[in-house]
Design a protein around this ligand. Structure first.
Ligand code: GRF
Length: 210
């Protein structure tokens, strides 16, 4: 059975969605860079081994990434899932996990990379916003796209309302993408995403009714 590790920094609702999805693999650890991340408690309650690699205890980004990579590798995962993991990773770290590390980002990339994506979407006047699952590359939020979900931006939307609408979609497309990978139906080949979804008809692009 394939193994996966989840990296979090906070509440961990995407982690919860992944753990609840009954994925065809074993979660061999939830690792946080913040000891206070509330997601750690939820993982422990589910009987999953947790670890903290606190970035504040390391003198440099490289030193932190080296310790984090060791913590991940000691568990021997096939797949690393970043789920609200709020650290910029070094190129060396990303290379080490290339083709086996996914991220969920709360926007329709390449629009609105970085933080505060929902406020930026409202400010910009776009009528469609959403979420993206992508392979992690050395460029922030710019790796090869695996799946996207779109939601409408409604008149009078607040950042919170829009975030909640997007988050509900994150919780569907991230487990779907993780499942494809663990079933050997998703891979990165020469920097391009290959997905076999024909057998069950699951969409790469999810556009729920408004
Ligand atoms: C999610 O919106 C995720 O896309 C972003 O940060 C948020 C984390 O939420 N990177 P959670 O910790 O998964 O609840």
């Amino acid at each position: 059975m394939k193994k996966y590790v989840i990296l979090i920094s906070g509440r961990g609702s995407n982690m919860e969605a992944l753990l609840a999805a009954d994925l065809p693999g074993r979660c061999v650890g939830v690792i946080s860079n913040r000891p206070e991340a509330s997601g750690l408690t939820h993982a422990s309650v589910r009987g999953i081994d947790t670890a903290v690699v606190d970035h504040r205890e390391f003198p440099s980004r490289e030193a932190f990434d080296t310790a984090l990579a060791a913590e991940i590798e000691s568990r021997g995962p096939n797949l690393v899932l970043l789920a609200g993991f709020m650290r910029i990773l070094t190129a060396g770290f990303v290379r080490r996990f290339e083709g086996r590390m996914l991220n969920i980002h709360p926007s329709l990339l390449p629009s609105f990379a970085g933080l505060t994506t929902h406020a930026a979407a409202i400010r910009s006047g776009v009528r469609i916003h959403g979420a993206t699952v992508h392979f992690v590359s050395a460029d922030l939020d710019a790796g090869p796209i695996v799946a996207q979900a779109a939601v409408p931006v409604l008149d009078g939307d607040t950042e919170e309302a829009l975030a909640a609408r997007v988050l509900a979609q994150e919780h569907t497309i991230y487990p779907a993408a993780a499942r494809w990978f663990l079933q050997d139906r998703l891979r990165l080949v020469d920097g391009r995403v290959e997905v076999e979804v024909r057998q069950s008809g699951e969409p790469f692009l999810r556009v729920p009714a408004p």
